[in-house]
Design a binder for this molecule. Structure first.
Ligand SMILES: Cc1ncc(COP(=O)(O)O)c(C=O)c1O
Length: 441
C-alpha cells in the first residue's frame, strides 16, 4: 500500500523546489509586451494569470488529492465572505450551478413552496441557454420576459403580467455584468412568495445600492469559465444564505446522497450505520443512502487551487473591467449611430463584456461592423442566444412569452459585444473605438 510521506522534510523540500521551478518557468515562458494595434489580437475575454495561479495549481497537483479538497474548502469559505453570503457550494460550471439551483428548489423538504413539474418559472428571452434549461429539465415551464434595450436585462415592467397561479420562481441573469434592479425583483418575489435566483455568472463585482448582486435573492450562481471574472478553467458556484438550502444543494451536487461527509471522510454524522430512511433496512450505510435524484457535479481541487490564487486579485480585476468599459464609453460616445449600454440608478456594472447596439439607419450594419472588427483581429460576440425562443433547441419546448418579444429580436439583430476583461487595457479599448469609427467611412 502506498504510504503518504508528503509531510516529511525531504518531500516538503522537493515540493518547494518544484514550486520555485514553476515560478522560473512562468518567467521564462511569458512576458508582457506592448499592444501592437492590428497585429495583436484583442480577444473578447480570456484567462488572466501569473505565476501564482501556476504555483497553486502545481501545489495541488502534488497533493494528488484530485477530487474536491483543501483548496475547494478554502475557496468556498473566502468567496462566500467576499460575496456577502454565508454559503458557497462549488460545482464544475456555471451551467451546473444553475442546474443545482433549480434542482434544489424541487426538494421535498421545501414543502408547498417546492418547484414541481408543470409549475412556471419567470426568466428572460434574451440570454444564455443554461439559465433557462434547468427550468425545462425540472419539468417546469419557462415564462419569457422581453428585454430592455440598452441594458439588455429582462423588462421588469412585465413581471406582473407574467405571474400566474403556477408561478413558483424567477431566475434572471444580470446581463454581461450590468445589474437589473434586484430590489424590485426581490420585492416582487416576496409579495408573491416566489423563489428568486440571480444568475450572476457574468456579474461578480456588480452592485445595486452598494450590495453585490446575487445577495438579493435566495440563490445566486457564478461561473469560473475562463471568460469570467475569476477563472478555474471550468467551475461554478451556488451561493446562498440558508444552511438548509446549502445542504440540499450539496446533496444534489453529490449524487443525491443523504450523507454530508467530505470526500475521504466517514461518519461525520456519528451514526453512519444507525439511520432508518425510506424503505431501507435499519442501519443501511448512510454513505449509500439517496434522498433525492442527484448528479456528480463536483470540481477537482486543481481547479479550486487556480481559483484560490485568482481570489486574491478579484477586486483589482473588477476595477480594471470597469475602467475598460468607461474608456470605451468615452471613446464611443460621439458616434450617433451606436447605442451604448446604460446602468440603472444605484447600479454599478462589473462588465463581463461591453455591449454595443447598432441603431437603425446606421451607415454600417451590425454584421458588417463585426466583420470589419474581425479583420483587425478584434474579437466580438453576439449577445449569447439572442431571442432564445427562436433557437432550434426550444422549438418543441412548452413555454409562455410575455408579448411578442420585439426587443429580444432587436438584440438578436443589432447587438454585439467586445472585450472589457482585465487582459486588455486602454490601448486596446482605443483601438476598438478607432476601428468602429473608421468602419462607417
Ligand atoms: C449568464 C450565464 N449563465 C450561465 C453561464 C454558464 O456558465 P458555464 O460556461 O460555466 O457553464 C454563462 C456562460 O457564460 C452565462 O453567461
Amino acid at each position: 500500500m502506498l504510504r503518504d510521506r508528503s509531510n516529511e522534510p525531504r518531500a516538503a523540500q522537493l515540493r518547494e523546489e518544484v514550486l520555485q521551478k514553476v515560478r522560473e518557468y512562468f518567467a521564462a515562458a511569458y512576458d508582457e509586451q506592448p499592444f501592437r494595434p492590428g497585429a495583436d489580437p484583442v480577444p473578447v475575454s480570456g484567462r488572466v494569470f501569473d505565476e501564482r495561479e501556476m504555483v497553486s495549481l502545481v501545489d495541488s497537483s502534488l497533493d494528488f488529492w484530485l477530487t474536491t479538497g483543501r483548496f475547494a474548502e478554502e475557496f468556498e469559505r473566502r468567496f462566500a465572505r467576499w460575496f456577502g453570503v454565508r454559503e458557497c457550494v462549488l460545482v464544475n460550471s456555471g451551467s451546473s450551478a444553475n442546474l443545482v439551483a433549480l434542482s434544489t428548489l424541487t426538494a421535498e423538504e421545501l414543502g408547498d413552496r417546492r418547484l414541481r413539474p408543470g409549475d412556471e418559472v419567470i426568466t428572460a428571452a434574451a440570454g444564455f441557454p443554461t439559465t433557462v434549461n434547468p427550468i425545462i429539465q425540472m419539468g417546469a415551464v419557462p415564462v419569457f420576459l422581453d428585454a430592455e434595450l440598452d441594458s439588455y436585462n429582462a423588462d421588469l415592467t412585465q413581471l406582473e403580467a407574467a405571474l400566474s397561479p403556477k408561478t413558483r420562481a424567477v431566475i434572471l441573469a444580470h446581463t454581461l455584468g450590468n445589474p437589473y434592479d434586484a430590489r424590485l425583483v426581490r420585492d416582487f418575489c416576496k409579495t408573491h412568495d416566489l423563489w428568486m435566483i440571480e444568475d450572476t455568472c457574468d456579474a461578480v463585482g456588480a452592485t445595486v445600492a452598494g450590495k453585490q448582486v446575487g445577495t438579493f435573492g435566495d440563490i445566486a450562481t457564478v461561473s469560473f469559465y475562463p471568460a469570467h471574472h475569476l477563472t478555474m478553467g471550468e467551475g461554478g458556484a451556488v451561493m446562498m444564505r440558508s444552511p438548509k438550502l446549502r445542504k440540499i444543494a450539496e446533496s444534489v451536487r453529490d449524487w443525491g446522497r443523504d450523507c454530508w461527509c467530505q470526500p475521504g471522510k466517514d461518519n461525520t454524522c456519528g451514526k453512519r450505520f444507525d439511520w432508518k430512511l425510506g424503505g431501507l433496512p435499519h442501519g443501511y450505510d448512510h454513505k449509500y443512502t439517496y434522498s433525492r435524484l442527484g448528479y456528480n457535479l463536483k470540481l477537482t481541487d486543481m481547479q479550486a487551487a487556480v481559483g484560490v490564487a485568482q481570489l486574491d486579485k478579484i477586486d483589482d480585476f473588477v476595477v480594471r473591467r470597469k475602467y475598460n468599459a468607461r474608456t470605451l464609453s468615452e471613446e464611443l460616445s460621439s458616434i450617433p449611430w451606436l447605442a451604448l449600454p446604460k446602468e440603472i440608478n444605484d447600479g454599478v456594472s462589473s462588465w463581463f463584456g461591453y455591449p454595443i447596439r447598432v441603431l437603425p439607419g446606421s451607415p454600417v450594419t451590425r454584421d458588417e461592423l463585426v466583420r470589419c472588427l474581425n479583420e483587425k483581429k478584434i474579437g466580438t460576440r453576439l449577445l449569447f442566444g439572442g431571442n432564445l425562443t427562436r433557437q432550434p433547441a426550444y422549438r418543441d419546448v412548452t413555454h409562455r412569452c410575455i408579448g411578442g418579444l420585439p426587443n429580444a429580436d432587436e438584440i438578436m439583430k443589432s447587438v454585439f459585444w467586445v472585450a472589457a476583461y482585465p487582459g486588455v487595457g486602454a490601448e486596446e479599448m482605443r483601438f476598438i473605438a478607432k476601428t468602429i469609427n473608421g468602419a462607417a467611412r
